[in-house]
Structure formats: structure tokens, C-alpha cells
Design a protein around this ligand. Structure first.
Ligand code: ATP
Ligand code: MG
Length: 790
């Protein structure tokens, strides 16, 4: 058979082509950012299809984000020149594992409609277990246990194979609680994120016939961003590719940024041992970035000791230097970036006009996003937030989803707990305790427990009445949303079922009474949840109602609740791909593998980036991971890369003064241009550093180390008063107090360094009366307490 034309091969350089055409056996592509690893991996898929080596459903291809998976799918279609019939097994580790687990759930004691818990639910569950075990969760926070369990799951350790040393964790109770937690999850017919992989690995390990079936099925295995796989993922891959060994992994050790989540860069180094004779391909030519951007990235990553070391080169020429700018505060930074984007749109500095889709803002911490969201809303600049389901983490959205979850599965106790008294139904702690006990004694779910309790008249008054209404509602909503099976009698060819001695009827699906979108609205209204926010007089209430609308709208894209809930549990990105051009805002972690002509990297400040935690840690591990993150950030940029920092930042309602990031020191002078923002910083350190190259920032860092007494900073403060939004901030202290107070309300739970946890009972200017759990009632200054979510 004559080979089909393969124009996609012509677009590759010889090394890439080698990786693509070497179809059989293990292949490892180890290369720096922007060298075309993903491109080659995609071409490999196309080549497999084009040469008839595999059908689209015989290729297992894993990426790290849904966005990356979607892009890869599109590109495969484009390269082939015709659309492909799905690639059902191209997705993230998690999405592929959900599919596998739904098929074999019963093998690990689950039903196939299991719920996927998010970290919030996980924590709630663990708190209950910790409490039941009589452990003081002040000393041994449940969060710590959650972290341990995640770590074990990432290492593919089940309670049964937990090493002795790990059992001793969490005050010698770690192993025991882990086992209890897994049992509880099964009772709830639920899994957490780590389980998705762990259960599938367990199934493969215990059922060789099933493994063999998938080994045959997935004839070729491909993995992008291999440097970020954890041990469980690695085992999973090794099991699946163990038969034919047709596995191709691509990665870059310099971009390993998920160490904190158990990723093992060692997996790359081990590849050649696990798959002897592996074909290793190295790529060095970068096709993405201008020489200045590449030089900046290379210089920063050079600071890491632990790396394989690679050279990158580009034959591109020219381009702008990386730009560096300091701002008064985070709001100012957002304002300036907004204006910059507007001028990029028009075409500035002799450059072409840049579209909004070509611009990305990459932040270190998601709380940085708010300033940009606010600013862009104000100036009407379309944007999308990618990475981290911010929207779905909001309280009202989570409440609403708990209702939906319960309608999907009455076993979902965590969802029930969340909404049983939201809105208030007179079902406080005592009533809830009774429901819990009744459920436990009878070995049933909380919903069932509540039903029994009512039957036994174990609850009285308003609570009982309201609970009956809620339970009635749940039944009704389930009915209204159910795909009903209606009986259709068979006509002439009716068969008599001997055993039952009855006419056999056929069942046929009939659409539910209400679509899931209509049902969502009905649930929110009939449960009283919408009314709860309508009657709420706090300033946030209208926004919350907006979000609920948004949520119902989001449901439209899905076939049913379950599909939607699954999507939410799995999304790494919540952007919709509608026509309008938008600026992308996302975390550096979510930006992995992506590229944009113009990239803004705000918040390069010590304590933010690198993170405080990495700076506090002994040893270099954390700091080196942060540096890799800086490298990932810079190498996302194709043409324009702008790094910025602010002197003041509002973090969780508190003003903090910031120092420029140590990574700024590591930028190469010759490739960086220091900018002076117009007006505000004319005489401040902006001008000083603009007059001299980057080093002056370092001097400035030193001069600012003793706080805000340096002459440069004072000058800057004085000038700030002349300038727009900065005007009210003449005295830093006043601002701190006002801001701190406004972020609290009576009833908030707070933490104070000296007095511990307490609840605000009164607010008077910047003074708060707080009833502390241990120290009793005290008056404290607002800025000395922080909001506590514990
Ligand atoms: P990262 O490490 O950031 O994930 P990568 O190695 O996966 O990067 P790609 O995203 O595949 O790199 O490629 C970077 C850019 O270079 C893309 O725009 C891609 O189209 C382009 N590119 C890759 N290879 C070539 C090539 N041989 N000729 C021209 N352009 C190429
Ligand atoms: Mg890539």
C-alpha cells in the first residue's frame, strides 16, 4: 500500500522527526521549553493514525490539563487535514482514570455512579474522623492528615501497604485514620482525587486479565509533561505499557513544578532503566521565544544546582528586551497592565497590533487574580480566568452544587451535611447530631437516617416540619429529573413470561419531566436557597445571586447533572471557548505547556514569588522549584515578556510591604529594560533604576530592607498623593486599619497570635471585641488578627 502523504513530517526538524518515526518501543524526548516536544508528540499521534498503526481509540495520550488535551485534539485534526472521530483516550490522567474506574468500580467496592470529592469535602470528612478518634485537632490539624493521605496516594500507598514508618505519622494515628477514611469513602460511594489513580492501579495490580485487556487495547501510550508525574501515575503508565512497551514520554526536568504534589522528576531519569533500550531524543532549538526572552529564562534557571543542564538556542533575531517595572501596590500594577494591554491592542512601540487572545497574565498565587479581575471589569476588558476553578469554589456555588449532588445521589452525606441547615431550617447541631446517630445506628445514609428519625418522631417542632419538607423536596426533584422508563406493551408478538405468567413488556426511556437546567432552578427556588440570598442584606448578596445564575447557565453545556459535576471535579480550567477575544489570567502552574505572544508576570516579590514557604524551608528544594516556575513563566512568552512587582500588597485583607523578588536579581542585565511608569514614580526608585540598569534595583532592595524609611521610598510616598487612585494613601497606617476592619464582620472566626482562635463579637473602628476560645473576651486591634477558615 502506498504511504499516504505526510506533510506534517516536513514541518519537523531531524531530531523531532526521529522521535516521531520511531513508532515501536520506548522513546523519551527530553528537552527544554519551546523546543517542540508537544508538537512532535502530536505529530506522532497523527503518524500512528496516518500509517494505520492504530485507530484513534487505540491510542492512550495523557496531558496535564484539559486545555492541553483539547488543544492536542484540535491539532491532530488540523495536521491530518480532516477531523478525527474522537480520541476517547486523549485526556488528563484524572479524566482517563475516571472513565476506567466507572467501568470497574465494583472491583474496589464502589458503584459506578461514585461521587468525586473535592478538597473541601475531603477535609470535612477527615475532621469528623479526627473528632471521633478523640484527637485534639488544634494540635493535630485535619489539614495535616489530608496532606499526608494525599502524599500516600501520590506514592500509590494504600492503607494495606503503608510502610511502618508512615504509620507513625500524625501522632501515631496516621495509618489507622487513613484506613478509616478509605472505608468511609466507600460507604459514601465516593472517591477523592488521589483515589482515581490509586484505585485503577489497584485494579490493574490485582486483576491481571483486566490489565492485559487494556494493554492490548492501548497499543500506543504517549505522555506529555512527563517530568510532573507522581509515583502513582508512573506505576499506572508502567503497567499499561508493560506489554508492548510502545511508550513515548516527553518532558523537561527544568519545568518540574509539581514536586509539592508528589511529582518525581526522578521518573524521567528512571525511564531508561525501566525501559531498556529506550530511544532518547534531545532537542535544543527553541522555536517559541525571542533571543532576549530565552536569555532571561536561561539565566534564571542557571541558578539551580539540581538540573541535567541543557543548552537552548534560537535562530530568531531581534525582538524587545524583557521589561521590568515596579509599582506602588497591586492595584496600581493591575491598572498599568490594563493600560499596557490596551496599547498593545492598538500597536505600540512599532509593533503589530496584538489581539487579546494573544495576551496572558500569569500569577504565582490565585489571590493575585482579584486585582486584575476587578480592574478589567471596570475598564470593560474581556478576560477569562484559567486554571483553578475559582468560580466553583465560591460558597454559594458550592452550596448549590451540594443540592445537585444530593439529587444525583442520596448517599452523598457530605452534601447533605452542607445543606441540611442552609438556609436555616431550625436544624442546628443537636438535630444534626440526632440524624447522625440515627443513621449510624441503622447503618444507612444521612438522608435515610433523617427519614427514620422523623418516622420514629425523634425530632419535633419547626425542625421536624422543615426536615420533612426538605426530604419531600429531594424525592420530588429526583423524580422530576429522572429519565423515566415507561412500559410499552409488546403487541402481536407478545411473549408470555412463564415464570411470572404475565405479558412481557418492553421499557423505553422517556425524557424527564424537567431538563436538568430547569430542575436546577427549581431546586434552588424550592429549597429556599435563592430566597436566602434575596433576603440577605450584606453587600455580597447580589453578587452571590449573580453567581447562582451563572451556575445554572453553566449547566446548559452538559447533558445532565452527573456530567456537570464530574466536569467540575476535574476541571483545571474553566474557560469557555466562545468567539470573543479575551485576555487570559491564570496561575503559572496552569500555564505549563502554553504559549502567548505577550506575557505579563506580575508580583515578583519575595514572599509571593518565591513563596514564603519556599523561603522559610531549610535547603534549596522549595526555592529551586520556585525558580523552575519562573523559568516556566518566562518561557511562555513569544515576543513580549513584562515582569513587575509592587511595594505594597493587600493579602487577605492586610497590607503588607513587599521586597522585589530575588529572581529579579538573576535576570541578565543586557536582556532587560527597566521601565519607569508615567507620573507616579518619576522621582522614586523607578527613575533611579531607569537611569541605571537592573542592578540599581538590587541596590534599591538593599536600601528598602530597613523598611519604608529610605529616602527613595519616602519620596515615592509623597508623590503617590499627587496621583489618581493612590491619593488617599498618604498614611499607610490609616489604610491598614480601615482595610482590615472592613474585611471583618461580627461573627467571623479569627486567629490572634497570642490569644488563639475566637469569634468577633463587636467592631468599633479598628478595634475588635473578640471572644477567644481559651483567653475569653478581649479587645484587639484589627490588624493583629487574621481571618480563620478553620
Ligand atoms: P514546553 O516545554 O513549553 O511544553 P514544547 O517543547 O512542548 O514546549 P511546543 O509547544 O511543542 O514546545 O512548541 C513550541 C512552539 O514552537 C510552537 O509554536 C510550535 O508550533 C513551534 N515549533 C515546534 N517545532 C517546530 C519546528 N520544527 N519548526 C517550526 N516551529 C516549530
Ligand atoms: Mg509542551
Amino acid at each position: 500500500m502506498a504511504a499516504r502523504p505526510a506533510p506534517y513530517l516536513d514541518e519537523l526538524n531531524p531530531a523531532q522527526r526521529e522521535a516521531v518515526e520511531q513508532l515501536d518501543g520506548p522513546v523519551l524526548m527530553l528537552a527544554g521549553a519551546g523546543t517542540g516536544k508537544t508538537k512532535a508528540l502530536t505529530a506522532r499521534i497523527v503518524h500512528l493514525l496516518n500509517t494505520g498503526r492504530a485507530q484513534s481509540n487505540e491510542i492512550l495520550a495523557v496531558t496535564f490539563t484539559n486545555k492541553a488535551a483539547r488543544e492536542m485534539k484540535n491539532r491532530v485534526g488540523n495536521m491530518l487535514g480532516h477531523s478525527i472521530e474522537g480520541m476517547p483516550w486523549l485526556g488528563t490522567f484524572h479524566s482517563v482514570c475516571v472513565k476506567l474506574l466507572r467501568r470497574h468500580a465494583e472491583l474496589v467496592g464502589l458503584k459506578s455512579n461514585f461521587t468525586i470529592l473535592d478538597t473541601d469535602d475531603q477535609l470535612r470528612l477527615l475532621k469528623q474522623l479526627v473528632q471521633a478518634a478523640n484527637i485534639d485537632d488544634k494540635r493535630w490539624p485535619a489539614r495535616q492528615l489530608a496532606h499526608l493521605i494525599d502524599g500516600w496516594k501520590n506514592r500509590a500507598l494504600t492503607p494495606d501497604n503503608l510502610p511502618a514508618a508512615d504509620h507513625g505519622a500524625y501522632n501515631n494515628r496516621g495509618g489507622e485514620l487513613y484506613a478509616q477514611y478509605q472505608i468511609r469513602l466507600k460507604e459514601l460511594n465516593a472517591v477523592d482525587f488521589g483515589d482515581l489513580l490509586l484505585h485503577v492501579v489497584t485494579i490493574f495490580q490485582k486483576h491481571s486479565d483486566i490489565l492485559a485487556q487494556y494493554q492490548r487495547w492501548f497499543r500506543y501510550v504517549l505522555v506529555d509533561e512527563y517530568q510532573d508525574t507522581n509515583i502513582a501515575q508512573y506505576l499506572w503508565l508502567r503497567l499499561l505499557a508493560g506489554g508492548h512497551k510502545n511508550i513515548c514520554c516527553v518532558g523537561d526536568d527544568d519545568q518540574s513544578i509539581y514536586g509539592w504534589r508528589g511529582a518525581e522528576v526522578g521518573n524521567i531519569l528512571r525511564f531508561e532503566k525501566d525501559f531498556p533500550g529506550a530511544h532518547v531524543v534531545r532537542l535544543e532549538q527553541n522555536y517559541r521565544s525571542t533571543p532576549h526572552i530565552l536569555a532571561a529564562a536561561s539565566n534564571v534557571i542557571k541558578g539551580n544546582e539540581c538540573r541535567l543542564g541543557k543548552t537552548l538556542w534560537t535562530d530568531a533575531e531581534g525582538g524587545e528586551k524583557v521589561r521590568l517595572i515596579g509599582h506602588w501596590d497591586g492595584e496600581e500594577e493591575a491598572r498599568w497592565i490594563g493600560e499596557e494591554i490596551e496599547s498593545l491592542q492598538k500597536g505600540t512601540r512599532g509593533m503589530r497590533a496584538v489581539g487579546l487572545d494573544e495576551v496572558a497574565i500569569l500569577v504565582r498565587a490565585s489571590h493575585q487574580m482579584r486585582a486584575f479581575e476587578d480592574r478589567f471589569l471596570t475598564i470593560g476588558m474581556p478576560y477569562r480566568v484559567i486554571g483553578g476553578p475559582r468560580f466553583y469554589e465560591r460558597m454559594e456555588v458550592r452550596d448549590a452544587m451540594a443540592y445537585f449532588r444530593l439529587v444525583v445521589s442520596l448517599d452523598d452525606d457530605l452534601a447533605f451535611e452542607r445543606i441540611v441547615n442552609t438556609p436555616k431550617r431550625g436544624l442546628g447541631n443537636v438535630a444534626q447530631q440526632k440524624i447522625q446517630t440515627c443513621a449510624r445506628d441503622n447503618g444507612v445514609s444521612l438522608v435515610e437516617g433523617a427519614r427514620l428519625l422523623l418516622e420514629e418522631k425523634g425530632l419535633g417542632g419547626k425542625g421536624a416540619k422543615e426536615l420533612a419538607i426538605l426530604l419531600g423536596g429531594l424525592d420530588r426533584w429526583r423524580r422530576q429529573g429522572m429519565v423515566r422508563q415507561i412500559e410499552v406493551p409488546l403487541d402481536d408478538d407478545a411473549v408470555i413470561d412463564d415464570a411470572a405468567n404475565a405479558r412481557v413488556t418492553r421499557f423505553q426511556d422517556s425524557p424527564p419531566e424537567l431538563s436538568h437546567v430547569e430542575l436546577a432552578q427549581v431546586i434552588l427556588d424550592e429549597s429556599g436557597y435563592t430566597a436566602m440570598w434575596q433576603n440577605d442584606k450584606t453587600p455580597e448578596a447580589p453578587g452571590r445571586l449573580e453567581n447562582l445564575k451563572e451556575l445554572v447557565k453553566a449547566l446548559e453545556q452538559f447533558e445532565n447533572f452527573q456530567g456537570f459535576l464530574e466536569h467540575i471535579s476535574l476541571i483545571m480550567d474553566n474557560e469557555s471557548d466562545e468567539g470573543e477575544q479575551k485576555v487570559s489570567i491564570m496561575t503559572l502552574h496552569a500555564a505549563k505547556g502554553l504559549e502567548f505572544p505577550a506575557v505579563f508576570l506580575p508580583g515578583w516579590e519575595d514572599g509571593l514569588f518565591p513563596s514564603q514557604r519556599s523561603m522559610d524551608e531549610s535547603g534549596l528544594k522549595g526555592l529551586e522549584e520556585e525558580r523552575r516556575l519562573a523559568y516556566v513563566g518566562i518561557t511562555r512568552a513569544e515576543e513580549i515578556c513584562t515582569i513587575s512587582f509592587a511595594g505594597n500588597r493587600l493579602v487577605f485583607g492586610q497590607w503588607q510591604s513587599q521586597m522585589p523578588s530575588r529572581f529579579i536579581d538573576e535576570l541578565p542585565e543586557n536582556h532587560v529594560e527597566v521601565l519607569t511608569p508615567p507620573g507616579l514614580y518619576g522621582g522614586g526608585f523607578g527613575a533611579a533604576s531607569a537611569a541605571r540598569p537592573v542592578k540599581s534595583n538590587l541596590e534599591e532592595r538593599a536600601s528598602r530592607a530597613d523598611g519604608y524609611n529610605s529616602p527613595g521610598w519616602k519620596r515615592m510616598q509623597a508623590r503617590a498623593g499627587q496621583y489618581g487612585t493612590s491619593q488617599p494613601r498618604e498614611s499607610k497606617n490609616t489604610i491598614i486599619d480601615l482595610e482590615a476592619v472592613s474585611s471583618f464582620s461580627i461573627g467571623d472566626r479569627v486567629f490572634h497570635q497570642k490569644f488563639g482562635y475566637g469569634t468577633i463579637s463587636e467592631i468599633e473602628g479598628d478595634k475588635l471585641s473578640v471572644v477567644f476560645e481559651k483567653a475569653g473576651e478581649k479587645k484587639v486591634v484589627a490588624r493583629f488578627v487574621t481571618a480563620s477558615d478553620d
